[in-house]
Write a protein that binds this ligand. Structure first.
Ligand SMILES: [Zn+2]
Length: 379
């Protein structure tokens, strides 16, 4: 096996196993070959932690990927046609003998622009900065002594359009610092770290996250104690009745209660955080937004809440955070755990937004892009 492939698998499995760094199939990694001709890149839709010698990656030629950024007039304007065109171009750039023929990550262009080892994640500790009004200013202060300070990338459609934005920002950064940035903060999205070795990429990722975490500070509340089995059953029954009053078939309702959820339920502002609209694309594509807050175990009360939420968001909620009892996820078993990870991370992120000037959620336009395009072509 080529060393670069060994490296991308090791990096992906090491970082991907930590739900504080990425949740569900989010995040992506790449390693370029020494001659700069090829790039191993995470495949779309699969989780980083599941990458292996046989699956979860593609090997692509770099030149045709960069060409899509240089000849951008050849790229379609309409967002749906554009994304389809880009997906086809990426597939054509693949040069390997993987049997699954998976789609490469839609963030291929961004990876192509950066150093040999590139890591893109959605860390819980970094997300409050990219999703708040004052996050950029605080980031500048926190990393002021960095030889290569972070590059802040204003929000753009995930994938190709974000790469185009980065491509426009890089020449100015190079002029000022005589090098490429090693740390990028993508507004309303996540972080990107890129270096020249596998070990330094992991080390820098951990250092950036530590700095972000230290400033946010620890959670000061005491977690609530675990609910009784009777309470869990009663809450599940009420949710089931509210969702399917005529006993129509609905997916499994799974209950979750862990340290994070116990702490979140102890927070006086938790109801408010559940109402904050999606902050980043993966909250839409993997979880359908934050859970519906339920403070009364009564089917009628829950029905009313579902109706209000439908009016507000246009979507049926798939997760419910019930006061004193825990998180309930209504989804097929294979998706349940991912939804739990994404909404728990989303709520932990939300509790830090006020200290950073308040939330800066996705606009309607950004949500539309995610709902129409990104939902089917994951990072
Ligand atoms: Zn991402």
């Amino acid at each position: 096996m080529q060393q670069e492939l060994k490296d991308i698998i090791a990096i992906s499995r090491t970082l991907g196993a930590d739900t504080n760094l990425t949740q569900g199939g989010g995040g992506n990694t790449s390693v370029k070959t020494d001659d700069g001709e090829f790039m191993y890149l995470k495949a779309s839709g699969s989780a980083l932690k599941n990458m292996s010698s046989r699956k979860g990656w593609r090997r692509l030629r770099i030149a045709p990927i960069l060409a899509t950024l240089k000849n951008s007039t050849a790229i379609k304007k309409d967002m749906v046609f554009r994304e389809r065109q880009i997906a086809q171009l990426l597939k054509k750039a693949c040069y390997d003998n993987t049997t699954a023929n998976a789609q490469p990550s839609i963030e291929a262009q961004m990876h192509a622009l950066l150093r040999q080892y590139t890591i893109h994640l959605h860390p819980v500790a970094a997300s409050p900065y990219v999703c708040s009004r004052q996050g950029k200013v605080v980031i500048e202060k926190l990393f002021a002594r960095e030889k290569l300070p972070p590059l802040w990338v204003p929000c753009a459609d995930t994938g190709y359009m974000t790469a185009r934005k980065i491509a426009r920002l890089l020449p100015g950064y190079r002029r000022e610092h005589n090098a490429l940035p090693k740390i990028l903060f993508l507004q309303k999205h996540g972080i990107v770290i890129n270096t020249d070795t596998a070990s330094s990429a992991i080390a820098l990722t951990r250092r950036v996250i530590k700095t972000c975490q230290r400033h946010l500070g620890p959670l000061k509340v005491k977690p609530i104690s675990a609910p009784t089995a009777g309470d869990v059953t009663a809450a599940r029954k009420a949710i089931r009745q509210a969702l399917a009053p005529n006993k129509t078939k609905i997916p499994t309702i799974k209950h979750y209660f862990d340290k994070d959820i116990a702490r979140l339920l102890a927070q006086p502002d938790i109801a408010k955080w559940c109402k904050i609209p999606p902050l980043v694309p993966h909250e839409i594509s993997y979880s359908g937004g934050m859970p519906l807050w339920i403070d009364e175990i009564d089917p009628q009360h829950i029905t009313r809440k579902i109706y209000q939420s439908l009016k507000r968001t246009g979507k049926q909620p798939v997760s419910f955070l019930v006061k004193d009892i825990g998180l309930f996820v209504v989804a097929p078993a294979a998706k349940s755990r991912t939804i739990k990870d994404v909404v728990t991370a989303g709520l932990v992120i939300r509790q830090h937004l006020d200290q950073l000037g308040g939330p800066d959620p996705m606009t309607k336009r950004q949500q539309l892009f995610t709902n129409t395009v990104y939902a089917y072509s994951h990072s």
